[in-house]
Design a protein around this ligand. Structure first.
Ligand SMILES: [Zn+2]
Ligand SMILES: [Zn+2]
Length: 352
């Protein structure tokens, strides 16, 4: 089936209307009309080939919320009309130890990314949610619980699970002392989710001007990292720091903030770290680790958790034809805190 979407045809061309071919339904496939799609930094990095592995045409989008329009003959969990979502992956081997325990993102054979991936059966490129329709296998389709606003659910599928998974893995709960580094799309979700889990949450920022925003999101305080006295006083006062900074940076000043056995989790940056000393790691048995999205069951758990506690991202709704402007604004961190595309704005007129 042919549908309309927006694609980058090369690393240097802006996104523009594009005809997307969706496969005929396999027995375990779910077809959906995309209603909303969040805009992630990875979309921009992929469209512009910042990581060097993009293929073109590139149809980004992996914070997808839609409504089921058809199901394959063997689909059991979903029916036409259901409110559903698709995140960063659409397939995995389903057999390895990681898939078996629900960590499909860590599949030994590699998971299949929602866009810029390769279909495991045909080898054809995968196209993401900047598109009117999408087809995905049932196992990778999530249910949007009643009570969760579909217009604001999208960012939970990437920004949400990327921060929720490490909070759960490192057992954040009532009383855990959590620091959040960086207050963008990921950081603002980390704050809301850590607060929702009952943690004591501090936003770390170089400048004091984030104070009001941090408190408005539910954080208990802001720690200004350029304030030497405040940093000295905060030594050893965190169990977990979620580091959402998207660019190369130095984690050295933050390591002494961790208590003994404390953990700094990198979720924002892919690539070389600035040189750092092993001193705080060795002397305090502290660790630096990373985390990649989360498994399907855990993502469903997140959606249910957010519905139960009414936790939602702060979103700015845009039209599909505003995507290039949105990319530019994202690069300047000029968004609070996530753009979401209202896919009703993408009509056949765009494709003509
Ligand atoms: Zn993403
Ligand atoms: Zn696997």
């Amino acid at each position: 089936m042919k549908t309309i979407g927006y694609a980058a045809l090369s690393a240097t061309t802006p996104l523009a209307p594009f005809t997307v071919e969706r496969r005929e339904l396999r027995p375990n496939d779910v077809a959906m009309e995309v209603l909303y799609c969040g805009v992630c930094h990875s979309d921009l990095h992929t469209a512009r080939n910042d990581w060097g592995w993009s293929t073109y045409p590139s149809v980004p989008g992996h914070e997808i919320v839609g409504r089921v329009t058809a199901v394959g003959s063997e689909v059991k969990r979903y029916k036409v009309g259901d409110s559903v979502a698709v995140g960063c992956m659409v397939d995995s081997c389903q057999r390895c130890d990681q898939c078996q325990k629900g960590d499909e993102q860590l599949c030994r054979q590699g998971n299949t990314q929602t866009y810029n991936g390769k279909d495991r059966i045909t080898g054809e490129p995968t196209f993401g949610g900047y598109s009117k329709h999408l087809v995905a296998r049932e196992e990778f389709v999530l249910r949007v619980p009643e009570g969760l606003d579909p217009a604001r659910t999208g960012p939970l599928l990437c920004a949400g699970i990327t921060t929720y998974s490490p909070l759960r893995h490192w057992k954040v709960g009532p009383g855990t002392r959590v620091g959040v580094l960086g207050l963008g799309g990921l950081g603002h979700m980390a704050v809301k989710l850590a607060v929702g889990l009952g943690a004591d949450v501090t936003v770390l920022s170089r400048t004091p001007d984030k104070q009001a925003d941090a408190l408005a999101l539910g954080a208990h305080r802001l720690l200004v990292s350029s304030d030497k006295d405040a940093m000295k006083k905060a030594k050893g006062s965190f169990d977990v720091i979620i580091d959402t900074v998207p660019v190369k940076h130095d984690v050295t000043p933050y390591m002494p903030l961790l208590d003994i056995d404390g953990t700094l989790v990198i979720v924002g940056q892919l690539g070389p770290l600035a040189e750092t000393s092993s001193m705080p790691l060795v002397s305090g048995r502290r660790r630096i680790t990373g985390s990649l999205i989360g498994g399907i069951a855990e993502t469903q758990e997140l959606l249910d958790f957010c519905a139960a506690r009414n936790i939602l991202p702060d979103c700015e709704m845009i039209r599909m034809d505003q995507i290039n402007e949105a990319f530019e604004r994202m690069e300047k961190s000029d968004v609070r805190y996530r753009f979401v595309i209202d896919m009703a704005s993408l009509s056949q007129a765009n494709a003509d």
